[in-house]
Design a protein around this ligand. Structure first.
Ligand SMILES: [Zn+2]
Length: 308
């Protein structure tokens, strides 16, 4: 006998969870933000989906009004299960199978949830000790093949200008800039290129001034010493970690970034053929999951909290 997980999850409990998260500080009108309301039955489609009327602007709304879950023919529990499986990094095909849905419907649901999560996710500000590094992901416009490729550059000769081994979005090697606070959050940004003028505003927005920043010796990071305490590790000279302050710890390294790239590589593997247009959503979703896990938070709860 086949068991379908959908039959074991109740819409009633899903709506209770939604209300708990969305109305944690009381029911609030999504049109005018007034907290003065009266209950007004339930939505036609589901008795567990409460309706309200605002006493201020007199408009009606319900538990899902103006959220990503509004206005779909699939019941709420299917959306929540979909989100749960996405948090476990199942591919669209696997999710379609688990939920007994067709693949194109599942793809639409996953794309909707992924892009909305990324749109609404908080953008952490990093401080204290931070590593910055870049990685290149092979990703075309039509979405054929993709793979994370670690920059594989030879020792750099600073006199030589050029982009040996460097990717730009134009040649299908998309640069991702990673900023990692040691024992803290990560921020990942997909960029068109890794020129100084491209990365400068991104770094200045995400990282508090006078933080300690570790990078490799790539010249695009040279300006950092104007705003931060900047240390570089010289991969070109086969140096991977260094003890600068003589306390016995080799604190100058970007190994946390290296570890993150390996996690990202595994995360993207089940999803074949991510196009450049969709890549930022996969990267952003990975960031949310990584940060939630890092802080010991339940992933589904965190995702719902963002979406509601
Ligand atoms: Zn109102």
């Amino acid at each position: 006998m086949l068991i379908n997980i959908k039959d074991l999850v109740e819409d009633r409990l899903c709506y209770e969870k939604v209300r708990e998260l969305r109305w944690s500080e009381g029911v609030k009108c999504p049109h005018c933000t007034s907290q003065s309301y009266k209950r007004h039955g339930h939505h036609n489609s589901c008795e567990h989906r409460y309706r309200y009327q605002c006493k201020n602007c007199h408009k009606y709304y319900d538990d899902l009004t103006m959220t990503v879950f509004e206005g779909h023919h699939q019941p709420l529990k299917v959306w929540i299960l979909c989100l749960y499986f996405m948090g476990l990094n199942l591919s669209n095909t696997q999710i379609a199978k688990e939920l007994d849905l067709n693949e194109s419907d599942t793809q639409i649901m996953c794309n909707t949830l992924r892009s909305k999560t990324v749109e609404l996710k908080p953008s952490p500000i990093l401080e204290n000790e931070i590593e910055i590094d870049e990685v290149y992901i092979v990703s075309g416009h039509k979405g054929n093949s993709q793979a994370v490729k670690k920059k594989n550059r030879k020792p750099r000769c600073r006199r030589l200008k050029g982009k040996r081994g460097r990717g730009t979005a134009v040649d299908d090697k998309v640069p991702i800039l990673g900023m990692v606070q040691r024992d803290g959050q990560v921020v990942l940004k997909m960029l068109n290129d890794v020129k100084t003028k491209t990365i400068t505003p991104v770094i200045k927005t995400q990282i508090k001034q006078y933080s300690k920043i570790y990078t490799d010796e790539y010249a695009i990071y040279n300006w950092l010493s104007d705003f931060y305490y900047h240390k570089t590790v010289n991969h070109g000279r086969k140096e991977y970690a260094r003890d600068d302050d003589n306390d016995g710890f080799c604190e100058v390294h970007v190994n946390t970034c290296e570890g993150l790239w390996s996690l990202l590589r595994s995360w993207l593997r089940p999803h074949r053929g991510i196009s450049q247009e969709k890549l930022p959503f996969y990267i952003g979703f990975f960031e949310v999951i990584h940060n939630a896990k890092n802080r010991g938070k339940a992933v589904l709860h965190q995702l719902l909290a963002i979406l509601l």
